[in-house]
Design a protein around this ligand. Structure first.
Ligand code: SIN
Length: 350
Protein backbone atom coordinates (compact mmCIF):
# COMPACT_ATOMS: atom_id res chain seq x y z
CA UNK A 1 0.00 0.00 0.00
CA UNK A 2 1.44 3.40 -0.91
CA UNK A 3 2.03 5.92 1.85
CA UNK A 4 -0.40 8.32 0.16
CA UNK A 5 -3.12 5.66 0.02
CA UNK A 6 -2.54 4.78 3.69
CA UNK A 7 -2.76 8.45 4.62
CA UNK A 8 -6.00 8.83 2.68
CA UNK A 9 -7.55 5.86 4.50
CA UNK A 10 -6.61 7.23 7.94
CA UNK A 11 -7.90 10.66 6.94
CA UNK A 12 -11.16 9.09 5.83
CA UNK A 13 -11.72 7.18 9.06
CA UNK A 14 -10.69 10.11 11.23
CA UNK A 15 -13.13 12.37 9.47
CA UNK A 16 -16.01 9.93 9.17
CA UNK A 17 -17.36 11.19 12.50
CA UNK A 18 -18.58 14.52 11.14
CA UNK A 19 -19.09 17.70 13.14
CA UNK A 20 -20.01 17.82 16.82
CA UNK A 21 -19.10 15.51 19.64
CA UNK A 22 -17.78 12.05 18.80
CA UNK A 23 -19.95 8.99 19.47
CA UNK A 24 -18.21 6.77 21.98
CA UNK A 25 -19.52 3.41 23.14
CA UNK A 26 -18.46 2.26 26.61
CA UNK A 27 -18.45 -1.52 27.02
CA UNK A 28 -18.31 -2.59 30.65
CA UNK A 29 -16.77 -5.91 31.69
CA UNK A 30 -16.24 -5.51 35.46
CA UNK A 31 -13.04 -5.10 37.46
CA UNK A 32 -12.09 -2.74 40.26
CA UNK A 33 -13.28 0.25 38.29
CA UNK A 34 -16.72 -1.31 38.90
CA UNK A 35 -15.80 -2.51 42.40
CA UNK A 36 -17.13 -1.50 45.81
CA UNK A 37 -15.68 -1.65 49.29
CA UNK A 38 -17.15 -1.74 52.78
CA UNK A 39 -16.12 1.88 53.38
CA UNK A 40 -14.43 4.79 51.62
CA UNK A 41 -11.09 3.73 53.09
CA UNK A 42 -11.32 0.16 51.80
CA UNK A 43 -8.75 -0.06 49.02
CA UNK A 44 -7.79 -3.70 49.47
CA UNK A 45 -10.18 -6.54 50.21
CA UNK A 46 -13.04 -4.91 48.29
CA UNK A 47 -15.27 -6.73 45.79
CA UNK A 48 -14.61 -6.20 42.08
CA UNK A 49 -17.33 -6.12 39.43
CA UNK A 50 -20.37 -5.08 41.49
CA UNK A 51 -21.32 -1.75 39.91
CA UNK A 52 -23.16 -1.68 36.59
CA UNK A 53 -22.48 0.42 33.50
CA UNK A 54 -25.26 2.92 34.22
CA UNK A 55 -23.83 3.78 37.65
CA UNK A 56 -20.31 3.99 36.19
CA UNK A 57 -21.41 6.50 33.56
CA UNK A 58 -23.64 8.48 35.94
CA UNK A 59 -20.67 8.93 38.27
CA UNK A 60 -18.97 11.03 35.58
CA UNK A 61 -21.57 13.54 34.30
CA UNK A 62 -18.69 15.45 32.64
CA UNK A 63 -18.62 12.73 29.97
CA UNK A 64 -21.52 14.50 28.25
CA UNK A 65 -19.30 17.48 27.58
CA UNK A 66 -16.72 15.49 25.61
CA UNK A 67 -18.69 12.80 23.74
CA UNK A 68 -22.08 11.32 23.01
CA UNK A 69 -21.68 8.31 25.26
CA UNK A 70 -23.69 5.12 25.26
CA UNK A 71 -22.99 2.18 27.55
CA UNK A 72 -23.42 -1.57 27.40
CA UNK A 73 -22.68 -4.26 29.99
CA UNK A 74 -21.00 -7.03 27.98
CA UNK A 75 -20.29 -9.12 31.08
CA UNK A 76 -19.48 -8.44 34.73
CA UNK A 77 -16.41 -10.22 36.08
CA UNK A 78 -13.25 -9.74 38.10
CA UNK A 79 -10.60 -9.97 35.44
CA UNK A 80 -8.75 -12.91 37.00
CA UNK A 81 -11.73 -14.85 35.64
CA UNK A 82 -11.11 -13.68 32.08
CA UNK A 83 -11.04 -16.52 29.56
CA UNK A 84 -11.04 -17.21 25.83
CA UNK A 85 -14.85 -17.32 25.65
CA UNK A 86 -15.16 -13.82 27.10
CA UNK A 87 -12.46 -12.60 24.71
CA UNK A 88 -14.26 -13.97 21.67
CA UNK A 89 -17.54 -12.45 22.81
CA UNK A 90 -15.93 -9.07 23.45
CA UNK A 91 -13.97 -9.02 20.19
CA UNK A 92 -17.05 -9.85 18.14
CA UNK A 93 -19.06 -7.11 19.86
CA UNK A 94 -16.26 -4.57 19.33
CA UNK A 95 -16.01 -5.43 15.64
CA UNK A 96 -19.77 -5.22 15.16
CA UNK A 97 -19.93 -1.81 16.81
CA UNK A 98 -16.91 -0.40 15.01
CA UNK A 99 -18.44 -1.37 11.67
CA UNK A 100 -21.31 1.04 12.43
CA UNK A 101 -21.09 4.60 11.10
CA UNK A 102 -22.57 5.96 14.33
CA UNK A 103 -19.71 4.63 16.49
CA UNK A 104 -16.47 6.63 16.41
CA UNK A 105 -14.60 4.85 19.15
CA UNK A 106 -14.90 2.32 21.94
CA UNK A 107 -13.91 2.33 25.60
CA UNK A 108 -13.76 -0.96 27.46
CA UNK A 109 -13.83 -0.84 31.25
CA UNK A 110 -11.89 -3.82 32.59
CA UNK A 111 -10.17 -5.26 35.64
CA UNK A 112 -6.52 -4.36 35.75
CA UNK A 113 -5.20 -7.84 36.51
CA UNK A 114 -5.54 -9.08 32.93
CA UNK A 115 -6.08 -5.77 31.11
CA UNK A 116 -2.78 -6.25 29.28
CA UNK A 117 -3.92 -9.61 27.91
CA UNK A 118 -7.39 -8.53 26.78
CA UNK A 119 -6.00 -5.41 25.16
CA UNK A 120 -3.32 -7.35 23.26
CA UNK A 121 -5.89 -9.93 22.14
CA UNK A 122 -8.08 -7.10 20.81
CA UNK A 123 -5.05 -5.43 19.23
CA UNK A 124 -4.64 -8.56 17.11
CA UNK A 125 -8.28 -9.17 16.16
CA UNK A 126 -10.06 -5.80 15.94
CA UNK A 127 -10.74 -5.01 12.29
CA UNK A 128 -10.80 -1.23 12.38
CA UNK A 129 -8.59 1.84 12.67
CA UNK A 130 -11.12 3.51 14.96
CA UNK A 131 -9.85 3.99 18.52
CA UNK A 132 -10.31 1.24 21.10
CA UNK A 133 -9.24 2.24 24.61
CA UNK A 134 -9.15 -0.21 27.50
CA UNK A 135 -9.35 1.35 30.94
CA UNK A 136 -9.47 0.24 34.55
CA UNK A 137 -8.80 1.54 38.03
CA UNK A 138 -6.71 0.49 40.97
CA UNK A 139 -9.14 1.77 43.61
CA UNK A 140 -12.77 0.69 43.82
CA UNK A 141 -15.50 3.15 42.93
CA UNK A 142 -16.36 3.68 46.61
CA UNK A 143 -12.81 4.67 47.68
CA UNK A 144 -11.46 8.08 48.62
CA UNK A 145 -9.66 9.36 45.52
CA UNK A 146 -11.04 6.59 43.35
CA UNK A 147 -9.09 6.69 40.09
CA UNK A 148 -11.90 5.18 38.00
CA UNK A 149 -13.83 8.40 37.16
CA UNK A 150 -10.82 10.38 35.88
CA UNK A 151 -9.48 7.34 34.04
CA UNK A 152 -12.88 6.80 32.39
CA UNK A 153 -13.17 10.48 31.50
CA UNK A 154 -9.73 10.45 29.85
CA UNK A 155 -10.45 7.15 28.08
CA UNK A 156 -13.63 8.56 26.52
CA UNK A 157 -11.76 11.67 25.31
CA UNK A 158 -9.04 9.45 23.87
CA UNK A 159 -11.52 7.10 22.17
CA UNK A 160 -13.23 10.07 20.56
CA UNK A 161 -10.02 11.72 19.40
CA UNK A 162 -8.54 11.90 15.91
CA UNK A 163 -5.11 11.39 17.44
CA UNK A 164 -5.95 7.83 18.56
CA UNK A 165 -7.12 6.69 15.09
CA UNK A 166 -4.88 3.95 13.68
CA UNK A 167 -2.76 3.61 16.84
CA UNK A 168 -3.99 0.14 17.73
CA UNK A 169 -5.65 -0.79 21.00
CA UNK A 170 -4.61 1.60 23.76
CA UNK A 171 -4.50 1.16 27.52
CA UNK A 172 -4.98 4.48 29.30
CA UNK A 173 -4.75 4.94 33.05
CA UNK A 174 -3.11 7.42 35.37
CA UNK A 175 -2.85 10.08 32.61
CA UNK A 176 -0.63 7.84 30.47
CA UNK A 177 -1.38 6.19 27.13
CA UNK A 178 0.19 2.78 26.50
CA UNK A 179 0.22 0.43 23.51
CA UNK A 180 -1.58 -2.86 24.17
CA UNK A 181 1.37 -4.91 22.90
CA UNK A 182 3.89 -3.59 25.36
CA UNK A 183 2.08 -2.45 28.48
CA UNK A 184 2.25 -4.53 31.64
CA UNK A 185 0.99 -4.37 35.20
CA UNK A 186 4.00 -3.58 37.30
CA UNK A 187 2.85 -3.22 40.89
CA UNK A 188 0.23 -5.17 42.83
CA UNK A 189 -1.62 -2.17 44.16
CA UNK A 190 -0.39 1.33 43.31
CA UNK A 191 -2.29 3.65 40.95
CA UNK A 192 0.76 4.05 38.71
CA UNK A 193 1.09 0.30 38.16
CA UNK A 194 0.87 0.33 34.35
CA UNK A 195 4.20 0.64 32.63
CA UNK A 196 5.75 -0.01 29.26
CA UNK A 197 9.19 -0.67 30.63
CA UNK A 198 12.14 0.27 28.45
CA UNK A 199 10.14 0.79 25.24
CA UNK A 200 8.12 3.59 26.83
CA UNK A 201 4.48 4.64 26.86
CA UNK A 202 3.03 6.46 23.86
CA UNK A 203 1.84 9.70 25.36
CA UNK A 204 -0.05 11.64 27.99
CA UNK A 205 -3.60 12.70 28.69
CA UNK A 206 -3.42 16.28 29.85
CA UNK A 207 -5.93 19.13 29.96
CA UNK A 208 -8.62 16.94 28.31
CA UNK A 209 -6.41 16.14 25.32
CA UNK A 210 -4.19 13.27 24.22
CA UNK A 211 -0.55 14.02 23.39
CA UNK A 212 1.24 11.27 21.46
CA UNK A 213 5.03 11.09 21.21
CA UNK A 214 5.66 7.61 19.76
CA UNK A 215 3.85 4.60 18.36
CA UNK A 216 4.40 0.87 17.96
CA UNK A 217 6.03 -0.36 14.75
CA UNK A 218 4.29 -3.75 15.06
CA UNK A 219 1.26 -4.75 12.99
CA UNK A 220 -2.12 -4.55 14.70
CA UNK A 221 -5.89 -4.12 14.31
CA UNK A 222 -6.88 -3.31 10.70
CA UNK A 223 -3.51 -4.62 9.43
CA UNK A 224 -3.64 -7.87 11.38
CA UNK A 225 -4.11 -11.20 9.58
CA UNK A 226 -6.04 -12.73 12.49
CA UNK A 227 -9.79 -13.03 12.33
CA UNK A 228 -11.97 -14.53 15.06
CA UNK A 229 -15.33 -13.67 13.50
CA UNK A 230 -16.19 -17.32 12.79
CA UNK A 231 -14.42 -18.90 15.78
CA UNK A 232 -16.13 -20.31 18.88
CA UNK A 233 -13.03 -21.75 20.55
CA UNK A 234 -9.31 -21.00 20.57
CA UNK A 235 -6.52 -23.59 20.69
CA UNK A 236 -5.28 -24.58 24.14
CA UNK A 237 -1.98 -22.88 24.92
CA UNK A 238 -0.43 -23.00 28.38
CA UNK A 239 2.49 -21.31 30.12
CA UNK A 240 5.23 -23.14 32.00
CA UNK A 241 7.23 -20.99 34.42
CA UNK A 242 11.00 -21.47 34.67
CA UNK A 243 12.78 -21.57 38.05
CA UNK A 244 15.83 -23.09 39.73
CA UNK A 245 15.43 -26.82 40.40
CA UNK A 246 12.69 -26.97 37.76
CA UNK A 247 11.23 -30.34 36.74
CA UNK A 248 9.18 -31.49 33.75
CA UNK A 249 5.93 -32.26 35.57
CA UNK A 250 3.97 -29.23 34.35
CA UNK A 251 5.11 -29.70 30.73
CA UNK A 252 4.04 -33.34 30.67
CA UNK A 253 0.74 -32.50 32.36
CA UNK A 254 -0.11 -29.78 29.83
CA UNK A 255 0.73 -32.08 26.92
CA UNK A 256 -1.41 -34.87 28.45
CA UNK A 257 -4.24 -32.34 28.88
CA UNK A 258 -4.19 -31.57 25.16
CA UNK A 259 -2.12 -28.39 24.86
CA UNK A 260 -1.50 -27.38 21.26
CA UNK A 261 1.13 -24.90 22.31
CA UNK A 262 3.36 -24.24 25.32
CA UNK A 263 5.01 -20.95 26.18
CA UNK A 264 8.08 -21.49 28.33
CA UNK A 265 8.73 -18.48 30.58
CA UNK A 266 12.42 -19.21 30.86
CA UNK A 267 15.00 -17.67 33.12
CA UNK A 268 17.26 -14.97 31.64
CA UNK A 269 17.25 -15.02 27.83
CA UNK A 270 14.57 -17.73 27.80
CA UNK A 271 16.97 -20.43 28.98
CA UNK A 272 15.78 -24.04 29.38
CA UNK A 273 16.88 -26.22 32.30
CA UNK A 274 18.89 -29.27 31.27
CA UNK A 275 18.41 -32.12 31.66
CA UNK A 276 14.88 -31.69 33.07
CA UNK A 277 13.11 -29.27 30.75
CA UNK A 278 14.70 -29.33 27.30
CA UNK A 279 14.00 -33.04 26.62
CA UNK A 280 10.42 -32.64 27.85
CA UNK A 281 9.89 -29.77 25.40
CA UNK A 282 11.54 -31.80 22.62
CA UNK A 283 9.14 -34.68 23.29
CA UNK A 284 6.19 -32.29 23.32
CA UNK A 285 7.35 -30.81 20.00
CA UNK A 286 7.60 -34.30 18.47
CA UNK A 287 3.95 -34.79 19.45
CA UNK A 288 3.07 -31.65 17.47
CA UNK A 289 2.94 -29.14 20.34
CA UNK A 290 4.38 -25.76 19.28
CA UNK A 291 6.95 -24.49 21.78
CA UNK A 292 7.61 -20.78 22.25
CA UNK A 293 10.60 -19.69 24.30
CA UNK A 294 9.79 -16.54 26.24
CA UNK A 295 11.37 -15.07 29.35
CA UNK A 296 10.25 -14.39 32.88
CA UNK A 297 12.58 -11.34 32.98
CA UNK A 298 10.02 -8.92 31.54
CA UNK A 299 12.25 -6.94 29.17
CA UNK A 300 14.44 -7.61 26.18
CA UNK A 301 14.48 -9.79 23.07
CA UNK A 302 14.68 -13.57 23.47
CA UNK A 303 17.45 -14.29 20.97
CA UNK A 304 16.68 -16.98 18.39
CA UNK A 305 19.34 -19.72 18.56
CA UNK A 306 20.80 -17.95 21.58
CA UNK A 307 20.25 -19.93 24.80
CA UNK A 308 18.82 -22.90 22.85
CA UNK A 309 19.37 -24.21 19.32
CA UNK A 310 15.90 -23.25 18.16
CA UNK A 311 16.48 -24.34 14.55
CA UNK A 312 17.45 -27.85 15.72
CA UNK A 313 14.66 -28.11 18.31
CA UNK A 314 12.12 -26.50 15.98
CA UNK A 315 11.20 -23.98 18.69
CA UNK A 316 9.88 -20.44 18.21
CA UNK A 317 11.10 -17.41 20.18
CA UNK A 318 8.78 -14.78 21.61
CA UNK A 319 10.83 -11.71 20.60
CA UNK A 320 9.97 -9.13 23.32
CA UNK A 321 6.51 -10.46 24.21
CA UNK A 322 6.11 -11.44 27.83
CA UNK A 323 4.80 -14.98 28.44
CA UNK A 324 1.15 -14.00 28.91
CA UNK A 325 1.15 -12.04 25.64
CA UNK A 326 3.14 -14.71 23.82
CA UNK A 327 0.38 -17.14 24.82
CA UNK A 328 -2.19 -14.94 23.07
CA UNK A 329 -0.20 -14.58 19.85
CA UNK A 330 0.49 -18.32 19.81
CA UNK A 331 -3.22 -19.12 20.23
CA UNK A 332 -4.09 -16.87 17.32
CA UNK A 333 -1.19 -18.14 15.23
CA UNK A 334 -2.46 -21.70 15.75
CA UNK A 335 -5.83 -20.69 14.33
CA UNK A 336 -3.97 -20.14 11.03
CA UNK A 337 -1.10 -22.62 10.88
CA UNK A 338 1.07 -25.14 12.73
CA UNK A 339 4.11 -24.30 10.59
CA UNK A 340 6.76 -23.06 13.02
CA UNK A 341 8.51 -20.89 10.41
CA UNK A 342 5.23 -19.08 9.80
CA UNK A 343 4.61 -18.79 13.52
CA UNK A 344 8.11 -17.36 14.02
CA UNK A 345 7.36 -14.80 11.30
CA UNK A 346 4.23 -13.81 13.22
CA UNK A 347 6.24 -13.35 16.42
CA UNK A 348 8.61 -11.01 14.57
CA UNK A 349 5.68 -9.13 13.00
CA UNK A 350 3.12 -8.48 15.80
C1 SIN B 1 -9.62 -7.22 38.45
O1 SIN B 1 -8.68 -7.32 37.69
O2 SIN B 1 -10.80 -7.46 38.11
C2 SIN B 1 -9.42 -6.83 39.89
C3 SIN B 1 -8.29 -5.90 40.06
C4 SIN B 1 -8.45 -4.60 39.38
O3 SIN B 1 -9.30 -4.34 38.56
O4 SIN B 1 -7.60 -3.71 39.70
Amino acid sequence: MSVLFALLISFDVANARGPGLPNVMVLATGGTIAGSGASSTTVVGYTAATVGIETLLNAVPELKTVANVKGEQVFQIASENMNNDYWLKLAKRVNTLLAQDDVDGIVITHGTDTIEETSYFLDLVVKSKKPVVVVGAMRPSTAISADGPINLFNAVILAGSDEAVGKGVLVALNDQINAARDVTKNNTSTADTFRTPELGFLGYMQGNKPYFYRQSTRRHTADSEFDVSSLDVLPQVDIVYGYANMNRVAIDAFVAAGAKGIVHAGVGDGSLARPAVEPALDEARKKGVVIVRSSRVGNGIVARNGEAKDDEHDFVVSDTLNPQKARILLMLALTKTTDTKEIQRMFFTY
